[in-house]
Structures are given as C-alpha cells and as structure tokens.
Design a protein around this ligand. Structure first.
Ligand code: XUL
Ligand code: CO
Length: 441
C-alpha cells in the first residue's frame, strides 16, 4: 500500500490533461471538452463551471452492503497528516483535470476530533492548507457543506432531531463550515438534509420537525447576511435515502417549504440528476420547474441506474439526457453562482488510481457534448418557435383578457354561450418534437 509519503506517485501522469479531439484514443485526453472553445458567446469552461467533489473521490472506500473496502488510498486514517496527504492528491487531481472548482463537506477534509472544539480546530487548519493550494493553482470553491448525517449523533436528524442539543450541534457545525466556505471564497453553500426526514410517523411530530427546519434555514440566511457572504444558499432536494421520507423531497416540495418559512427569495436549489430520478421526475423537469419558480441554482451531474431504485451516484454517460438538462439551463440564462458538480463515485471494481481521472474525463466530455448540442438547439430555436405557435391563442384577445384578470367564470360562461365556442383539438405532435431533437443529438 502507498504511504502518505509516496502519494506524489498516485496518478500515472504529472502534466495536465489536454484536449486532443474525438479521434484521439488516449484515455487521458479530452475528446470533446475543449475548455477555451467558444460556444454561445463564451468559453465552454465558463458555461459548464465543472467541480469535482471531495467525498466520493477521496473518502469513499468502495464499500457496499455486502463487502468492505476495495480502494486502498494512502491517506486513509483520521489524523492531520493523512488529511493533508489527501488534500495533496485531491488538488493534484483538480490540477490534472483542469476543473476550475471543487466541493467538500467538513467531514471529508478534517479528522473528527473528540470534541466540537477539536473538530473546529482541525477544520481551520485544513482549510488554511486549502487556501494556500487554491492560490497556487487557481482552483476555486464552488460550494462548501457540512455533513450532518454520518455521525451517529445525527441518526434521528440534525435540525429536525427531537433533541434540541443535536439542533444546537448542527447549528454550530453549519456556522463553522459557512465560515470556512466564506474564507475560501466559496460561491455557494449547500444544505442537503441527509437525515431531515422520518422513518415512521408513529414516533414523529411532523409539524414540530418542519418548524424546526424552517427556523434552522432562517438562521443560516441570517448568518449569511451577518458575515457578508455573497454566495447563494442552496438546498439539495432528495425524496428518500437515507430516511424513508425526506422533507426536501423534490423541487416543488422545497419551494413550498421555502414559501412557508419566508425564504423563497433567499434560498435556491442544487438539483441532482439521481435525486430527480428517485423522485420519479426527469432531471430536466426539476431544472425547468426550479427555473420557473426562480430558485434554480446549481447541479450535481451524477446519474442513477434506472433499474436499481436507489442512489448509485454514477458518472454521466448519456449525451442526449445531459443535453436536455443543459438546454433547460441555457434557456434560463446559464449558471450564475452555480456549476456542474460531479457528486459521482467510481464503481467499486474500478480500483486503479487513474480510474478517477478517466471517470471525470469521460463525464466532462459527455457534458461538453451535451452543452454544445443544447446551445445549437437553442440558437436555431426550432422547438421554441413551434412551442410559441402552440400557445399562440394566448396572444389573441380572449387569451390576454383571461390572463390579465378581465374574465371570470361567469363572463367566460356567457362568452362560450354567446359565441358558440367549439374548441377543435389540434395535434400535440410529440413525435415531431422528438424527431427535431434527435437531429441535434
Ligand atoms: C447525497 C448527496 C450529497 C450532497 C451533499 O445523496 O447528494 O452528497 O450532494 O451533501
Ligand atoms: Co449531491
């Protein structure tokens, strides 16, 4: 096994991965992701805003319910020396890939101390170490987050725990990770309610738990303004897993929650492809709905296996699906503070260190193809002009009067009677739309 001392040799290459074009058979090259290529008014890199995550890449040991660790990483071990060795390899990977951003949870990067004070000290030490590295190689922080789900203290929830001491511990944790995120110039702060939900209603006070979560989120927003953090606060919806029923089920549920607790102008969403699938939606549905509601923030571009019914966090490999997601993103003006984070993990048999590079390269190529496809679709406007035609009636008098409030049930009743209105069905032409989209794929 490698030791922290020879971690420099972890990957087989030392120089950053280059764009070589689609005919290259070098697995350690980009075939489609040319960071500088201009698409729709700006370089691909600025559209995609790629981020690699710390947790699945450098912390997850490859376990599954039937087997233990398959990845032997030289930095596994809960102490500062190993945490720094892990940071060295992580930043080496960010540099080799040329990803502009990374993301982390507190628990991914610092050893857990035996008190909150010790954990805090470790976090500060490691994030100062990050700051030096970030300056040297121009890697930026897309978002920070806190892990409020792994430690057993959070087994019954964090902000929704029946015990206020756990709420307090969670609040203290989020404050400290918001501070670190702010210190590192993070562009967003994410809250995924990992155990904010319940297993059985029989032991749960649903109404109290929701109010506590609402209070918690308000505290986060108050603190953001207090310290002058200009980034975006993001909630990441997920319908279930780990709890049977998560309170942040999907975009629609999160929006209802935000409105109820007066947060709809303060908090946006980080939408994950796999979570959308678990909720019974498509990724593009979740993005389109968030855009419509004005709460679209960022994405986790990792897919689920469609058969497994649980969260498999696989790297994306389906260009048409990815294209439809970016189509919705471009349509609403592209990312602002958000980006494309891969919250993805290797399959547990992929034990070569370079598999980490190959997985990201493949995923970034898929995203580049998807984004370019989406940009062409949008530029040519084939779908949009057809959709406009489909709704053209709403530009005529009756449609306008309905929308601006000039009509009531009574007045429409009278109008239908007087003018003998007989709507004639016309085709929705789904197959035609699908045919048009396929021309771009
Ligand atoms: C879990 C998940 C998290 C969040 C950050 O399913 O997606 O990793 O992205 O806590
Ligand atoms: Co995620």
């Amino acid at each position: 096994m490698l030791t922290p001392k020879n971690k420099q040799d972890f990957f087989s290459i030392k120089t950053p991965i280059k764009y070589e074009g689609k005919d290259s058979d070098n697995p350690l090259s980009y075939k489609y992701y040319n960071a500088e290529e201009f698409v729709f008014g700006k370089p691909l890199a600025e559209h995609l805003r790629f981020a690699a995550c710390y947790w699945h890449n450098f912390v997850w040991p490859g376990t599954d319910p039937f087997g233990g660790m398959t990845f032997e990483r030289p930095w596994f071990g809960e102490d500062i020396v190993n945490a720094k060795a892990k940071a060295d390899v992580a930043f080496e990977m960010f540099k080799l890939l040329g990803v502009p951003y990374f993301c982390f949870h507190d628990a991914d990067v610092r050893p857990e101390g035996d008190s909150f004070k010790q954990s805090l000290y470790n976090l500060e030490l490691i994030t100062d170490y990050f700051a030096e590295k970030m300056n040297k190689q121009d890697t930026r922080l897309l978002w920070g987050t806190s892990n409020l789900f792994s430690n057993k203290r959070f087994m019954s929830g964090a902000a929704t725990n029946p015990d206020p001491e756990v709420f307090a511990y969670a609040a203290a944790t989020v404050k400290s990770v918001m501070d670190s995120t702010f210190k590192l110039g993070g562009e967003n702060y994410v809250l995924w309610g990992g155990r904010e939900g319940y297993e059985t209603l029989l032991n749960t006070n649903l109404s109290k738990e929701l109010d506590h979560l609402g209070r918690f989120m308000n505290m986060v927003v108050e603190y953001k303004h207090k310290i002058g953090f200009k980034g975006t606060i993001l909630i990441e919806p997920k319908p279930q897993e780990p709890t049977k029923h998560q309170y942040d089920f999907d975009v629609a549920t999160v929006y209802g929650f935000l409105c109820r607790y007066g947060l709809e102008r303060e908090v946006k969403v980080n939408i994950e492809q796999g979570h959308a699938i678990l909720a019974g939606h498509s990724f593009e549905h979740e993005i389109a709905l968030a855009s419509t509601l004005g709460i679209f923030g960022s994405i986790d571009m990792n897919r689920n296996d469609y058969q497994s019914g649980w969260d498999t966090d696989q790297f994306p490999n389906n260009v048409p699906e990815v294209a439809l997601a970016y189509y919705e993103i471009l349509k609403q003006g592209g990312f602002k503070t958000g980006g494309t984070n891969f919250d993805a993990k290797l399959r547990r048999q992929s034990i070569n260190p370079d598999d980490l590079l190959i997985a990201h390269i493949g995923a970034m190529d898929v995203c580049a193809r998807g984004l370019k496809t989406a940009a062409t679709m949008l530029k040519e406007g084939a779908l949009i002009s057809k959709i406009d035609l489909r709704y053209a009636g709403w530009e005529a008098k009756m449609g306008k009067d309905i929308v601006d409030g000039s009509h009531s049930l009574q007045s429409l009743h009278d109008l239908v009677l007087e003018e003998d209105i007989r709507p004639t069905p016309y085709s929705g032409q789904q197959e035609l739309y699908e045919m048009i989209v396929n021309r771009y794929m």
